[in-house]
Each structure stands twice: as structure tokens, then as C-alpha cells.
Design a protein around this ligand. Structure first.
Ligand SMILES: [Fe+2]
Length: 167
């Protein structure tokens, strides 16, 4: 798949993820877990914005499809209702799969905006790490990589090469 189509595809995935985490945060009463969903949502928003900027540079427009938002909201609504451990177990499984997807894109798009694709892989690894730490009881430090990426801000993916170092 060509570069611009991959950017559109990636942007749609982030729109979906952002809606899922935002909905889970909104429907979760427990403050600590709510804050965790919110941090994950912020990471998706950051990634989505970087992809929109990359699309703009190609003369394309990032569109947020209602269907992607609805599907995300549905997933987030289900996540908010299920037991926490079950949800983070599922998140660990999903992000292990999606991390491999982003790694494949990184290899496929070699030479095209490598920092952006490295950042995509890094942001998924950060979510996987979050889920794995939650499962192993490291609930106080589970957001470590997510917070690190958020503190770097969106420029990390478009300017520097720091984006892919969270392994
Ligand atoms: Fe994402």
C-alpha cells in the first residue's frame, strides 16, 4: 500500500482508538482507572494529530469517519463495563497484534517519514507495556512509557528520532 493510503489507514485506527479510550474514561467512575483511560486517550489524540499533519504535508486531508468513532465508542463502552483485569488482558493481546502491524508498516515504508512510523510502533508498545504491567500488578508504574511519550509531545515523531526508542 502506498504512503498516503497508509497514513489514512493509520489515522482511522487512531480515530477509533481515541474514541474507545475517551468513552471508557467517560464511563469509568473509579478515579485512578479513569485517569489511565484518559492518558491512553491523550496518546491516541497525539498520534492522530501527527498523522493528520503528515497527511496535510502530502496535500491530503485527514477525515474522521463517523463509523470509526462509533465503533471506537462501542468498544470503549464494553471495556468500561467488563472487569478491569479482563479488559487489560484483552488490551495486552490486541496491542501485541497491533504492535506487529506497526512494525510491518515501518519496514514497508522504509525511507518515508521513518520517525513517524517509529513513533507509531513506540506508541503501541507503550500501550502493550501498560497492559502487561497492569496484569503483573505494577499498577503504579503502568503508564510510564505512555507518560514519557506524552511528555515529549507530537514533535518527537516528526522532528527527532527519539520516537522509536521505547522498547
Ligand atoms: Fe493508537
Amino acid at each position: 500500500m502506498d504512503y498516503v493510503r497508509r497514513l489514512h489507514q493509520s489515522h482511522r485506527i487512531e480515530v477509533n482508538g481515541e474514541a474507545a479510550y475517551a468513552t471508557a474514561a467517560r464511563l469509568t467512575k473509579e478515579p485512578e482507572r479513569r485517569a489511565k483511560w484518559d492518558a491512553l486517550k491523550q496518546l491516541e489524540t497525539q498520534m492522530k494529530t501527527q498523522l493528520a499533519v503528515a497527511l496535510q504535508r502530502e496535500g491530503a486531508t485527514a477525515r474522521e469517519r463517523r463509523l470509526d468513532v462509533w465503533l471506537g465508542q462501542a468498544g470503549g463502552g464494553i471495556a468500561a463495563m467488563l472487569p478491569w483485569r479482563m479488559v487489560v488482558w484483552a488490551l495486552a493481546k490486541i496491542t501485541a497484534h497491533t504492535t506487529r502491524f506497526w512494525e510491518r508498516l515501518e519496514r514497508e515504508q522504509v525511507g518515508r517519514n521513518p520517525t513517524l512510523f517509529a513513533a507509531l510502533t513506540a506508541h503501541e508498545r507503550a500501550q502493550q507495556e501498560f497492559a502487561q504491567r497492569e496484569l503483573s500488578g505494577e499498577v503504579k508504574t503502568s503508564l510510564e512509557f505512555v507518560s514519557a511519550l506524552l511528555s515529549r509531545g507530537p514533535r518527537a515523531a516528526t522532528v527527532g528520532h527519539e520516537g522509536g526508542n521505547l522498547t
